[in-house]
Design a protein around this ligand. Structure first.
Ligand SMILES: [Zn+2]
Length: 300
């Protein structure tokens, strides 16, 4: 799922192209994509785009007269920019689910998945936009106190708390791994067990990690990003998606904990004093055979 740096890359690249352009035509090719219609699509057509912004993991295209197109990419949704706008098609592949046609080009929404989960909402007021807002704290605008209060408002694992969109804004599976690595904190530490200096370290790590990646993505993708450029697996990530690869700091193999559709990656040496974390279901399966330390694992 695209997280803060990827969404902000999209926001910047879309804004550069469509602000001050009229939205000429809005078309939906999948019956699932349009989730709510606070205003009919035909009423948005002809209106000028005034801004493009990020609302949590959503991208909001604002049109004159307080009209909004709210797009949530979910896991597999991606944009493509085609300029000049192609002729209007009659038949469509299964990947293209919606298109927004502007004077200078066309913004296509695609979804490379049989499960169509990306969504578009058409919203007719600033009030209506609130429905799409989550309570996630923005790590950049939060004071140290606000960050600490939010983090410790529930006693959860760091991994779970950081990736809760109602707790923190824009952090998903990939960047939570990268942030926890930068903070040298284990993903299964409990939030309320953190020392004050660890909370400060985590807050700083979140800001530094996001700052690094949003700058890096903007520098790397100077044109409109290709669908494959928006990914949870980046070559220069330290831990996320790097299972068994050497940690960039200490060289130990990166570990993982697999659960449901996700996995957490971490460096046992840098983040957990050399101890491997027990994956509960795995521990149950393996009984006493689950290695507890890196050394034990390497011996097996
Ligand atoms: Zn390490």
């Amino acid at each position: 799922m695209p997280e803060l740096p990827d969404i902000e890359l999209y926001v910047t690249r879309i804004a550069e192209r469509v602000v001050s352009q009229p939205l000429e035509k809005l078309r939906f090719y999948s019956p699932f994509v349009l989730r709510s219609v606070g205003v009919p699509a035909s009423e948005l057509e002809g209106k000028m785009v005034t801004s493009v912004s990020r609302l949590g993991k959503r991208i909001v295209i604002e049109l004159e007269g307080d009209r909004f197109v709210v797009i949530h990419l979910m896991i597999a949704g991606r944009f493509q920019w085609i300029t000049p706008a192609p002729p209007l098609k009659k038949s469509f592949g299964k990947v293209l689910i919606a298109s927004l046609r502007f004077g200078n080009g066309q913004l296509d929404l695609t979804e490379m998945s049989t499960r169509k989960r990306a969504s578009i909402h058409l919203v007719n007021s600033k009030d209506g936009l609130k429905e799409h807002q989550r309570d996630g704290l923005n790590v950049f605008s939060a004071t140290p106190d606000e960050f600490q209060q939010r983090l410790q408002s529930e006693n959860r694992t760091l991994k779970r708390m950081l990736t809760n969109p109602n707790a923190f804004d824009g952090i998903g599976n990939a960047y939570s791994d990268e942030i926890l690595f930068a903070a040298r904190l284990s993903p299964v530490r409990l939030t309320q067990a953190l020392k004050p200096e660890e909370v400060v370290r985590l807050h700083e790590a979140a800001k530094t990690t996001f700052d690094h990646w949003r700058k890096k993505l903007l520098e790397t993708y100077v044109g409109f990003p290709k669908p494959s450029d928006i990914t949870a697996f980046r070559k220069d990530f330290a831990t996320h998606g790097k299972f068994k690869q050497p940690c960039p700091v200490c060289g130990s193999p990166i570990q993982h904990i697999v659960y449901a559709e996700n996995e957490t990656n971490y460096c046992a040496k840098c983040q957990n004093e050399g101890r491997l974390l027990a994956d509960r279901s795995l521990s149950r399966l393996l009984k006493g055979d689950w290695p507890k330390t890196l050394e034990e694992m390497e011996e097996n």
